[in-house]
Write a protein that binds this ligand. Structure first.
Ligand code: AMP
Ligand code: GLY
Length: 474
């Protein structure tokens, strides 16, 4: 078997799934060089070389890559921070290792303003109405606020307020969710405006989905649609999180979408891709430059935002059911030769178990927190035994946990993801929940309604109502 060395820049479960897919290769013997955010037990057990870089600082990843330069054939980068900071340009230039992720120029996740302006050129009809308030355009914040008030009058306060840079200031705020008065909007706006430009856009009503596509710079290969659960608690209540879980149906569409919705999405993203790509192949656009959050509205899909990387958890609905050798897929991406990828026609449900400090759980449900368990080691053995009985239909992917003194301990972010694979969403969900239930310790908790019939029926009814009671399912 041919040997291949792969650098993986890792954040959590998303990369554990990538590691699993690389190691499953039947064509290549894969040596892994993992730059990790923590001592992830899954990665530690599989890496040839492993380093912990808690903030994923690009210079430190570069030193790690330099040290093993002669042994690494290519790399793959999961999290957004190093991608936005230009890790691809830096590592390719300094050590000549090709990386699977966009270059800094094409990591459009880095600026929400630049994204909106690009969509305005390429696909204006799927942008909500928006305005950019940039400190460089106004002599004082008071003048910006005067314009803001006029804009709020026009949109009747029904807005989303977003800082240009990801996670700057107070982040995204939405009318009805984060504020219910104009004073609160202005307060949110002002705190973000201190950090830089702010977008104030029309609030869209509908159902969200995640569209992901692999790209080799020349071909855009759409992957099946998934639905992410952003809010912390059941019934979509509580604060936004990184994503508490996600589901995928059989086929490439979701139960609340029509085939036409999906085809529209493919066409929209293809148009954005062509616009950015220019003529011929553009190697700046490899990996997953387009992971688009859509809102399915009365008038069809509209764009919420674009990310320049794999979705977490959304890619966990796909990677475990890829029918192809993942190393081969990586080589085809690097060579500009990716004509398609085959995915097993299954439903998948991914559910995260998270620590009590995550998502405001302790404050919202102090009585439910298992205090005696908080900070205790996490036992994955029962879940792993179950997973082996399920012969691949249950996958356990550790994330923000660290191996310490022989035990596994939760850190601050999402701790472990369990993916269930089935013939229906219902079956996949049952398997995922069974695995989740077998993980003990750490006081971990999870949402119970990821992919539930009730939640899906609510999405279908919501869109039906918005679309004047026309059927929305396929
Ligand atoms: P973003 O970081 O832009 O994806 O925003 C985070 C979340 O805020 C999205 O997943 C939506 O739930 C919500 N959101 C963002 N923009 C809008 C909008 N224009 N209308 C309604 N909800 C939005
Ligand atoms: N699931 C949301 C994200 O990956 O940004």
């Amino acid at each position: 078997m041919e040997r291949v060395g792969v650098l993986v820049v890792s954040y959590g479960s998303r990369e554990a799934a990538i590691v699993e897919a690389l190691r499953k290769s039947e064509e290549y013997r894969v040596d892994l060089y993992i730059a990790d955010r923590q001592r992830n037990p899954y990665n530690l057990a599989r890496a040839k070389e492993h380093i912990v870089i808690p903030n994923l600082d690009v210079d430190r990843i570069l030193s790690f890559a330099e040290k093993f330069k002669g042994e690494i054939d290519f790399g793959i980068v999961g999290p957004e921070k190093p991608i936005i900071e230009g890790i691809r340009d830096i590592i390719e230039e300094k050590v000549g290792i090709p990386l699977i992720c966009p270059t800094k120029e094409f990591a459009i996740e880095g600026s929400k303003v630049a994204q909106r302006l690009l969509f305005q050129e390429a696909v204006p009809e799927v942008n909500p109405r928006f305005r950019v308030f940039a400190p460089s355009d106004y002599p004082s914040v008071e003048e910006a606020k005067r314009d803001l008030v006029k804009w709020l009058d026009e949109l009747d306060n029904m807005v989303a307020v977003k800082p240009d840079a990801p996670a700057a200031g107070k982040g995204v705020g939405v009318w009805g969710d984060h504020f219910t008065s104009r004073e609160q909007i202005i307060e949110h706006f002002t705190s973000n405006y201190r950090e830089g430009a702010v977008i104030v856009e029309e609030k869209l009503e509908g159902e969200e989905s995640s569209f992901q596509a692999l790209c080799d710079g020349k071909h855009l290969i759409p992957l099946p649609e998934t639905r992410d659960y952003k809010r912390a608690f059941d019934g979509d209540r509580g604060p936004n999180t990184g994503g508490m879980g996600s589901y995928k149906d059989v086929g490439d569409c979701l139960p609340f979408m029509t085939r036409e919705d999906r085809e529209r999405e493919e066409e929209i993203v293809e148009r954005i891709f062509r616009r950015l790509k220019g003529r011929g192949r553009n190697p700046g656009l490899i990996g997953m430059p387009f992971y688009v959050a859509f809102m399915h509205t009365r008038d069809g899909p509209k764009i919420l935002e674009n990310n320049s990387r794999f979705g977490d958890p959304e890619i966990l609905n796909i990677i475990p059911i890829l029918k192809e050798d993942f190393v081969e897929v990586c080589y085809r991406i690097l060579e500009g030769n990716l004509r398609g990828v085959e995915v097993d026609d299954k439903a998948t449900v991914a559910i995260y178990k998270v620590p009590p400090s995550y998502g405001g759980y302790m404050e919202a449900y102090p009585d439910r927190v298992r205090r005696d368990e908080v900070g205790s080691p996490i036992n994955l053995e029962g879940a792993e035994r179950l997973a082996s009985l399920y012969q691949g239909r249950m996958r356990i992917y550790p994330a923000s946990v660290e191996l310490r003194n022989g035990g596994i301990y939760a850190l601050r972010s999402r701790a472990v993801c369990v993916v269930g694979i089935g013939e229906t969403i219902e079956e996949a969900r049952r398997i995922s929940l069974e695995g989740i239930g077998a993980i003990r310790g750490g006081g971990l908790w999870n949402r119970m309604d990821i992919g539930s019939r009730e939640h899906i029926d609510k999405s279908i009814a919501h869109l039906r109502r918005l679309r004047g009671f026309r059927p929305v399912e396929r």
